[in-house]
Design a protein around this ligand. Sequence first.
Ligand SMILES: O=P(O)(O)OC[C@H]1O[C@H](O[C@H]2O[C@H](CO)[C@@H](O)[C@H](O)[C@H]2O)[C@H](O)[C@@H](O)[C@@H]1O
Length: 283
Amino acid sequence: MAPTTWHPVTEAGGEFADLAAAEPDKVLLALDFDGTLAHLVPDPEDSRMHAGSAAALAQLGDRLGQVAIITGRAVDAVRRLGELEGRPGLGRLVVLGQYGVERWDAATGELREPEVGGAVAAAKRELVELLAELAAAGHPVAGVHLEDKQGRAIGVHTRRAEDPEAALALLDEGVRGIGERHGLHAEPGRLVIELRSSTRSKGDALADLVAEFSPGLVAMVGDDLGDLPAFELLPRLRERGIACCAVVSSSQEQPALTEVADVVCDGPDGVADWLTELARRVS
Ligand SMILES: O=P(O)(O)OC[C@H]1O[C@H](O[C@H]2O[C@H](CO)[C@@H](O)[C@H](O)[C@H]2O)[C@H](O)[C@@H](O)[C@@H]1O
């Protein structure tokens, strides 16, 4: 049956499942959460893992060498929203949160959460003032909300504003200025700009996993600008003889991301179908 919700666009994308089926224990499967394993929703607290992806991961988790969720979210948020506690097939899952600053190993329960500094809390106070000033001046920032990510980062979300794109454009300069004053890194995403206390990227996180697990095959699945550094690592891994596959969860919000794809999926539904097919092939 021809796939309808995902399609390979390169040779690497077409052959990945065959290669994975031949040597499943050599596969490192790395996945983003929001927009990839979960549909985007107006309130980040309402995110849930796609049922199809959850079912596929339950199968893949026992077959593949290593599964990782590399996310901009805090580890705690993904454990809770992904309902990871007690899910089957998580023996080889690690969650790298806040772009790899935090780490949780599902098999051992080991949690790494480095110390939190004060810069994000100080920036948060200025962001609250900025939003109040803009609102008082009649700018359309109603619905813009802040997501405090355990003091390590803060997201300025505009999805719930009347005109989300316009609100994001209006806020961009001011938010970046606050970030610069407090030594924070600005991370743009889908209708969000985050200020982060770390410059660690998903590329750094994926490189660490490759060094740790020495996979022969790597698939990275993502949908947003924050996933680009991980996608951009793949050509360098190929030079080292590692078979790689960039799987993009496509969207109207980040259409250019498909340029790096080996497989293009129709959003989280397509990702769920691709994972289901991968699970079928490796089982
Ligand atoms: O790396 P990810 O797992 O993709 O996380 C990136 C950010 O995702 C979340 O924001 C996005 O999803 C929200 C819920 O669907 C949506 O409302 C928002 O517009 C998106 O940008 C999350 O809230 C952030 O903390 C993550 O960094």
